[in-house]
Design a protein around this ligand. Sequence first.
Ligand SMILES: NC(=O)c1ccc[n+]([C@@H]2O[C@H](COP(=O)([O-])OP(=O)(O)OC[C@H]3O[C@@H](n4cnc5c(N)ncnc54)[C@H](OP(=O)(O)O)[C@@H]3O)[C@@H](O)[C@H]2O)c1
Length: 289
Amino acid sequence: MADVIGRAGGLLVEAPHLPGRLLRSLRGGSLERAVSGRVVLVTGASSGIGRATALRIAAAGGTVLLVARGRDALDEVRRAIDAAGGDAHVHRCDLSDLADVERMAAEVLARHGRVDVLVNNAGRSIRRSVDDSYERMHDYERTMQLNYFGAVRLILALLPQMRARRRGHIVNISSTGVQLSVPRYSAYVASKAALDAFARCIAPEVQGDGVRITTVYMPLVRTPMIVPTGRYRSFPALSPDQAANLVADALAHRPRRVASPLGNFVELAHAVLPGAVENVANGAYRLLR
Ligand SMILES: NC(=O)c1ccc[n+]([C@@H]2O[C@H](COP(=O)([O-])OP(=O)(O)OC[C@H]3O[C@@H](n4cnc5c(N)ncnc54)[C@H](OP(=O)(O)O)[C@@H]3O)[C@@H](O)[C@H]2O)c1
């Protein structure tokens, strides 16, 4: 029963993304065409959305490079891909250590020759009001270190070879929280928004070289990341496989952004009626302790 409710909730959250996905499918393109025979690096591939995405890419014929810190969990994903007849390689890295990112990127290019597609998925979230953050500057630093600087360092390391080959795709897993400016997530949302802004600035610089950047504004997904927030148990959320559908769709069709109508509506409302949106968010902040 709980499973049925969970699936129904997941469909409810996935449904708003369906019109965009349908439109893109009509334009053609498939995951197989996008990744078959290509080298695809997925960060945070040992758990949740990244794990499900890595399995999906491997099943579509891509060579998947699995990146995260935990060796055992990465090996488990590699074995699952091997068992299904796919091709995966583990490249351990602490993405919040920029020297380690440089080392890993050099190792990957030396071993595989290129990275055609980069999925920047590894991330950490912090749910804490500003009230509780006055003495916690490190919360802001550690979210930026991984969600922004780690991703930027990796992009800077892999972009030159994509541009030289005149083809590449970078998919950044952002959050609907950026569009909704969710209270209690100032550290997390700001770090995700920083990467979105970085991507929007460099996209016009690199498009002439065949490199596309996609930002996926991911809704709530039932992964280990949201476990600490007990309240989310009763919220509708995607399963990791449903989240991987959104990423697979982004890989297949290379849109500039993947977002729900709700996210887009709130983003637009924020530009036009910021006071009204802030009042609604204040209500949510008081209600959802
Ligand atoms: N779940 C949601 O509701 C949701 C909603 C919107 C956006 N997102 C975004 O989706 C992405 C994936 O989240 P998830 O929910 O799938 O989380 P998850 O299940 O907790 O997985 C996080 C992944 O990131 C890796 N990681 C964490 N710190 C790392 C580090 N310093 N260096 C390298 N890898 C690191 C983890 O592996 P190790 O710990 O072994 O390193 C793990 O593979 C994140 O960017 C998150 O912000 C999630």
